[in-house]
Design a protein around this ligand. Sequence first.
Ligand code: NAD
Length: 256
Amino acid sequence: MNKTVLITGSTSGIGLGIAQQFAKEGYNIMFHGLEANGQAIANDIAKTHHIKVGFSNANLLQPEAIEHLVTKTIDTFGSLHVLVNNAGIQFVSPIEDFPNHKYENIIAINMNAAFYASKAAWKQMKTQNFGRIINVSSVHGLRASEFKSAYVTAKHGVIGMTKVLALEGAEFNITCNAICPGYVKTPLVEGQIKDQAKAHSMTEDEVVEKVMLKKQAVKQFVPIEAIADMAILLAKDNSTTITGTSFALDGGWSAQ
Ligand code: NAD
């Protein structure tokens, strides 16, 4: 029987890379994201890898929509083995100018959505006596940077939640872990490069070198494939004892 994975934000960036790796492993996948071509992305991957897929554009700002996304996954595939809470947004501003609605949306999408999705998946995972919850946090779940008050708060919160779910899931073979990437070149970061170039009056290359990769000892963006490989490892049957932990894939940033 093919296992089922639901990956939020899997029609772009890191989530899409994770989905491609799970597809290679033969998982059935519930794709999710706001990209207009989401269904087409899902269909292409299904064809290439001979897997079953679904697609949802549920808005993660709405708890009922998240519950429905999880229910739809279980109804479609009859199971839910792996939940990857990946979707996220970013906004950068000094605190005194930080718009309240931007703060609230970052907390809702980057942190609260992981709670609602995990809560909705819990009963099914308990019944299966198998569950793997993988939260895509960030090096900003372990370290702070100025002007990212909402993002750093949400990503630290996700790591706290990861530990609690690991404790609660232990007796049901439900594990929960966080992956904490440094900078990864995705649409989310490409937007930041442009914004920071404007803010610092620098070229985009200078932003990458002097701002983004400044704290990464390895002066490279983190490859999406490395994050996807880590997710595959955490999802394995024999990863039961790997739980409650955060894995930094950050080029040595948090070693400092
Ligand atoms: P991305 O912008 O490429 O993808 C984000 C996904 O989230 C998209 O599919 C988008 O549609 C979805 N999404 C956003 N708001 C949504 C909403 N309201 N409802 C439903 N879906 C919504 O971003 P990415 O860089 O691939 O980021 C993925 C995750 O990785 C995020 O949690 C991000 O914080 C984290 N992360 C990224 C980096 C990086 O450098 N790119 C580093 C560390 C952590």
